[in-house]
Write a protein that binds this ligand. Structure first.
Ligand code: EPZ
Length: 420
């Protein structure tokens, strides 16, 4: 745990305009996907977050020439000389698993340590490996390392046993340079699946149906270089919308894609929050009482599991009862104890969290356990009277670019201090 603490003096309505950064979950897939190209690529709108920096380090460790400045990555994959990603690198982010699909697709082999990422459940990768095997790879998992080899990759029909964002993207990465056609059935439909497919197609891949549950890929022997900008972050957009509502503020969230936010927008409207779509911006006005609601996380276009944690903070003071049913991950309520320390009244039973609205949250020292738990505590700190101390704020830096600067620009009283 770092020796830093984030301090927030809450109760101030957020007001003004804030610009959403490029998406974390698309960036950690598009960045390694550049290695599938035989020529240099440029990726723009990358967020300045620790997961992106970790991915830059991984690509460099494989021998690629990588430069990253001001959200722009230039990469020359022609000097890649390794297909191994060790534990030290892989553990830094969940998205390290995308090197499996990329290295298999490009070099027909990989040796990659099991990924890291937030501790929110089992987080298996069996469906990823099922896809690689279907394409013709022999895959072995031993001592925390996944090893794969294929004499050739041949298109296949792959029916995912369950919807998996990472599995869908990973198999797409390997299949786009396989010989022949592949069909992915029961595929994930998240916005970043579409973004990765769009990037691959900009390199000359042939991928159709991304964004639906059936993706058809016609393998290409080579892919050329491309310049591409990743889409705005759906989850940062949602977190800022929730923070605006939770502080009874009036915030315009710009550079976002409102259609990606439909499930959250509907829930906020149901609570009595005013939400107005304005082209590539959304205005959220949180004035007035908020009614309790029932939330059930679902795969896209349902309510995103990554937003249930910050949404939990908002529900703590909504009138009456609320509930959250988490269908995607089995251990994604670790922020609840911390919210209860701040005066919330939440009871967890398995995948169900039951809320009884309380008049207000009170500041307290709390500790972040995972990225979106950090988002929940950030929102709670903005709501609570008094000064809330958030320990282990580095988790928040994994997925939110310069979050203090953004919130200070909206009048929040937020700063970070070194401990001891
Ligand atoms: C991605 O994780 C995101 N991470 C997560 O965001 C997000 O919560 C999740 O998708 C769902 O939207 C990145 O994109 C880097 P899954 P991923 O494969 O790929 C099970 C954040 O906060 N499963 O869709 O790991 C798995 O255990 C992070 O930004 C298998 O059983 O999610 C989970 O219960 C957190 N076998 C469920 O499926 C597999 O082979 C969904 O996982 C794959 C998944």
């Amino acid at each position: 745990m770092s020796n830093e603490v984030m301090l927030i003096r809450g109760g101030i309505p957020l007001e003004g305009t804030v610009r959403v950064s490029g998406g974390k979950n698309t960036s950690v897939a598009v960045m390694p996907a550049t290695l599938l190209s035989d020529e240099p690529c440029v990726i723009e709108n990358l967020p300045d977050i620790s997961d992106v920096h970790a991915m830059v380090d991984i690509l460099s460790s494989l021998g690629a020439k990588v430069s990253f400045r001001d959200g722009r990555m230039e990469v020359d994959p022609t000097s890649v000389s390794s297909s191994q990603v060790g534990y030290e690198h892989a553990r830094r982010l969940r998205g390290s698993y995308y090197l499996m699909g990329v290295l298999l697709g490009r070099y027909h082999e990989f040796e990659v340590a099991q990924p890291g990422g937030c501790d929110i459940g089992l987080r298996m990768i069996d469906q990823h490996l099922k896809g690689f095997r279907a394409l013709g790879a022999s895959v072995e998992e031993r001592n925390g390392i996944v090893t794969a080899k294929a004499t050739r990759l041949t298109g296949a029909k792959i029916n995912f046993d369950q919807v998996t964002v990472g599995g869908t993207i990973n198999v797409m990465l390997a299949a786009c340079r396989a010989e022949g056609n592949s069909i992915l059935l029961n595929a994930a439909k998240e916005p970043h699946v579409v973004d990765v497919a769009n990037f691959l197609n900009s390199m000359g891949a042939s991928i159709k149906g991304a964004g639906t549950d059936t993706i058809r890929i016609s393998g290409r022997p080579n892919l050329h270089g491309s310049s591409y900008a990743v889409i705005p972050d759906q989850i940062e957009t949602g977190t800022l919308m929730i923070a605006a509502a939770a502080t009874h503020g009036d915030v315009v969230i710009s550079n976002c894609i409102p259609t990606h936010m439909e499930a959250l927008t509907a829930k906020l409207l149901e609570m009595g929050v005013r939400v107005e779509e304005q082209g590539d911006a959304i205005e959220v006005r949180g004035a007035g009482p908020h009614r309790g609601v029932r939330v059930k996380t679902q795969v896209y276009p349902g309510f995103p599991t990554d937003l249930q944690q910050p949404m939990s903070a908002l529900l703590t003071t909504a009138s009456g009862d609320s509930e959250i049913y988490e269908t995607i991950f089995e251990n994604r309520f670790r922020h609840v104890d911390e919210l209860n320390r701040m005066g919330a009244n939440i009871r967890v039973s398995g995948r169900l969290a039951l809320f009884t609205g309380v008049p207000e949250l009170l500041s307290a020292p709390v500790t972040v356990t995972d990225l979106r738990a950090g988002a929940a505590l950030l929102v709670a700190g903005l709501m609570a009277s008094g000064e809330t101390e958030i320990h282990a704020p580095e988790y928040i830096d994994r997925g939110y670019e310069h979050i203090e600067d953004k919130l200070r620009a909206l009048h929040a009283d937020i700063r970070r201090e070194r401990l001891g």
